[in-house]
Design a protein around this ligand. Structure first.
Ligand code: SAM
Ligand code: SF4
Length: 335
């Protein structure tokens, strides 16, 4: 299948321009968040995952095809050996506007400064609660203090933006929402609330019962804060509000309650080298297999990426009330 396109832009069948690539560089993590992983996870062997060199080659080709923003994620990207070197290389890609990173914050005390120097512009740091006991219960292995110290150190660096990400689960951390916003205001940073997505089987809660919608969160916040809708777009699905009288923006990522697929501008590279066209579907092509062929040439990779635009689905098919159709966990895909 070939489009015969010679353009340097990636455009899908629905006219959406793809300018954003998210890359999961490892499925491994030092946490085991209850919504993301099972308690006992089997991780992929080294041969099954892309090498850092392969990741760099794919990222470079994407920038030649018009991608302007790359997010490195995982698993926990900072636990992969060589992650910093890869970020330094990516930071030098001439036509890339923004290199950004999503992290659980556990390594930021040591790595915030080198990350900033490597050219990482913005950080998303996951933080679902400020209560150490709940934090331990949600992450299973995480240490809240370490993450809070990481945020402190990150703030001393010249990132253009630091944003917290919080997945909100009913009766688990939904009561924490106002505290998290107060914390973000105090720190002078932003925060996004995320509705849980049904990826992989989780044991600790029923996803339909734990559903807490963005509208519920907004209603909780309205009792204490004045949220003013902004047109700010960061090329993502977040719908942003300014907290009046502060510099903090609150975003809502609402895959269930407010579908955002119409403006999708992204594709994902999984840790196994699949180019995944939609987080909520399995449409993908295998770039690892292609790159490991004996007769592999970069032009083949370029054409495969252009052709893949033809199979990008129109929208995700998440349904909280059914067994997950998507068996892949978020750590494989890169949230
Ligand atoms: N380890 C890093 C972290 O936690 O930020 C990066 C990878 S993690 C998979 C990226 C984001 O996905 C995190 O903000 C996490 O909270 C979110 N996430 C994980 N599983 C999710 C799920 N099932 N539904 C919605 N968000 C999820
Ligand atoms: Fe690890 Fe991030 Fe998944 Fe938590 S959400 S288990 S920190 S990859």
């Amino acid at each position: 299948m070939t489009t015969g396109l010679t353009t340097d832009q990636l455009i899908d069948r629905f006219g959406r321009k793809i300018t954003y690539l998210r890359i999961s560089i490892t499925d491994r993590c030092d946490f085991r968040c209850v919504y993301c992983m099972a308690e006992q996870m089997e991780f992929l062997p080294r041969a099954a995952i892309l090498s850092l060199e392969e990741i760099y080659q794919i990222a470079k080709v994407f920038t030649e095809l018009g991608v302007k923003k790359i997010r490195i994620t995982g698993g926990e990207p900072l636990v992969r050996k060589g992650a910093l070197g890869l970020l330094q290389q990516l930071g030098q890609l001439a036509s890339l506007d923004e290199l950004v990173l999503t992290t659980n914050g556990s390594q930021l005390v040591e790595l915030a400064e080198p990350l900033c120097k490597a050219g990482v512009k913005r950080l998303n740091i996951s933080l679902d609660t400020l209560d150490p006991i709940k934090f331990k219960a949600i992450t299973r292995t995480g240490n809240l203090q370490q993450v809070l110290q990481g945020i402190e150190v990150a703030k001393t660096q010249k990132f253009t933006r630091i944003k917290l990400n919080a997945v909100i689960l009913k009766d688990r951390n939904h009561q924490e929402v106002p505290d998290l916003v107060r914390f973000a205001i105090q720190q002078g940073i932003d925060i996004s609330f995320i509705e849980e997505m049904p990826l992989g089987i989780v044991e600790q809660h029923n996803r339909a019962e734990a559903y807490y919608s963005s509208d519920d969160i907004k209603a909780d916040l309205a009792r204490e804060f004045s949220l003013v809708h902004t047109e700010t777009k960061t090329g993502g699905p977040s719908d942003y509000f300014h907290v009046a009288g502060t510099t903090t923006k609150v975003g809502f990522i609402s895959p269930h309650s407010h579908n955002f697929c119409g403006s999708c501008n992204r594709v994902r590279l999984t840790v196994e080298g699949r180019l995944l066209l939609c987080l909520g579907n399995e449409h993908s092509i295998d770039l690892k297999q292609l790159m490991r062929r004996e007769d592999y040439q970069e032009a083949d990779l370029k054409q495969a990426i252009i052709d893949a635009m033809l199979i990008k689905p129109e929208r995700h098919e998440f349904n909280l009330h059914e067994q997950p159709v998507i068996m892949r966990y978020m750590n494989m895909t890169g949230g």
